[in-house]
Design a protein around this ligand. Structure first.
Ligand code: PMP
Length: 404
């Protein structure tokens, strides 16, 4: 007996809507990033990657690679257990100390991904703290939403980036509630940045805890890469800062930082920490080198900023609509799922440009887009090639030049 008809019915619907996801089969090549070989249609094709979250190319940095290779040779491939049962290695502890220092917090705790860190931390806080109510920004990432849902705590959604709405919603809560305000610094799909000082002020006024996801900001903002909270001098007023090692740091893994008591609490009660194999020591060693490098080197961040500004200016010069924001993320709006995929396909096939179409449910229907993330390793010639291709396709596909 096969159940495939049940699976296929839903998959066919996704295909009809233009929302079915197809992998690009990339082979990242050491030292050549953002160039990669695309194997999707059998033959290898050289492409330039424009949608990587290895924002600074640190996954190809010689010192990061060297740390990973040497640690594999010294410690083997896997951690060999959960953190509590034989899986804690000196490299995990060294990385946790590095991350605590990055955010000027007492302690840090590693997870196998940023997704798991959000899920595990929020589900633990929401389920264990007395009368917990989690106030969640309406645009929060799926990993936070799932963690909140799993906690079964009361949830209140406040209007995206709107401290006044948060203020009203906090004021309406009973005085015995343990209030947790969950939000992000850089929102990954629109690239907008939260009004952090106002949010923190409102939370403090109501005695609420603050839970901040800095996944798209760590390594990229602040003098040492400590994120928007470092840049704005607010880290010490945020209860918990969560981040990833898989984006600007170019490796994999997630973490939280906060007081020693907070990290010990999550370490002691979070099933997503306790019941899973620890990150490989080599991953921790490589991530530590990457974090330490970006604490002292501002070169990658400065060059990234330059290339982001250049791409924006060139898109403007060609009248190609993109969302305005103050981050490194440039969303070019197509507003149609089928056209979005077609344009991405043509960019790949005819121009060797890889950008993944972003469709529903990642973004609301009607706001489909191509999300470009220029980095320090994109050349000016790469930018000209991309903008030339987009300008041609804009004419061919008769796309709107309005953003909203
Ligand atoms: N938070 C946000 C805002 C994200 O965008 C993502 C991943 N895209 C995550 C958390 C999860 O991070 P990771 O990829 O390390 O699992």
């Amino acid at each position: 007996m096969t159940f495939d008809n049940l699976f296929n019915a839903q998959l066919d619907q996704l295909k009809e809507e233009g929302n079915y996801r197809i992998f690009a089969e990339l082979e990242r090549q050491c030292g050549k990033f953002p160039r990669a070989a695309n194997h999707t249609d059998g033959e290898a094709q050289d492409v330039t990657v424009w949608c990587s979250n290895d924002y600074l190319g640190m996954g190809h940095h010689p010192a990061v690679i060297d740390a990973m290779v040497k640690t594999v040779e010294a410690c083997g491939t896997g951690a060999g257990g959960t953190r509590n049962i034989s899986g804690t290695n000196i490299h995990h502890l060294a990385l946790e100390a590095e991350l605590a220092d990055l955010h000027a917090k007492e302690a840090a705790l590693l997870f196998t991904s940023g997704y798991v860190s959000n899920w595990a931390a929020l589900s633990t806080l929401g389920s264990r703290l007395p009368n917990a109510v989690i106030l969640s920004d309406s645009e929060n990432h799926a990993s936070m939403i799932e963690g909140i849902r799993h906690s079964r705590a009361d949830k209140v959604i406040w209007k995206h980036n709107d401290p006044e709405d948060l203020d009203r919603k906090l004021a309406a809560l009973p005085s015995n509630a343990t209030k947790i305000v969950a939000f992000e610094s850089v929102y990954s799909m629109d690239g907008d940045i939260c009004p952090m000082a106002e949010i923190v002020e409102v939370a403090e006024k109501h005695g609420a805890m603050t839970y901040l996801d800095e996944v798209h900001a760590v390594g990229l903002y602040g003098p040492r890469g400590g994120g928007i909270s470092e840049r704005e001098g607010l880290a010490d007023r945020i209860t918990l800062i969560e981040g990833t090692l898989g984006k600007a740091y170019g490796v994999v893994g997630g973490y939280i930082t906060g007081s020693a008591a907070l990290c010990d609490f999550i370490r002691s009660f979070a099933s997503g920490f306790i019941f899973t194999t620890a990150l490989p020591p080599a991953v921790a060693a490589a991530a530590k080198v990457s974090v330490a490098h970006l604490k002292t080197s501002g070169m990658e961040r400065a060059r990234q900023r330059q290339q982001v500004a250049k791409l924006r200016a060139r898109l403007d010069a060609h009248g190609i609509p993109h969302l305005e924001n103050d981050s490194h993320i440039i969303p070019v709006m197509i507003k149609d799922p089928v056209k979005c995929r077609q344009i991405a396909d043509i960019l790949m096939a005819d121009y060797g440009i890889y950008v993944q179409p972003i469709n529903y449910p990642t973004v609301p229907k009607g706001t489909e887009r191509l999300r470009f993330t220029p980095g320090p390793l994109h050349t000016d010639a790469d930018i000209e090639h991309l903008v030339g291709a987009l300008a041609t396709l804009w004419k061919q596909c008769a796309l709107s030049r309005a953003v909203a």
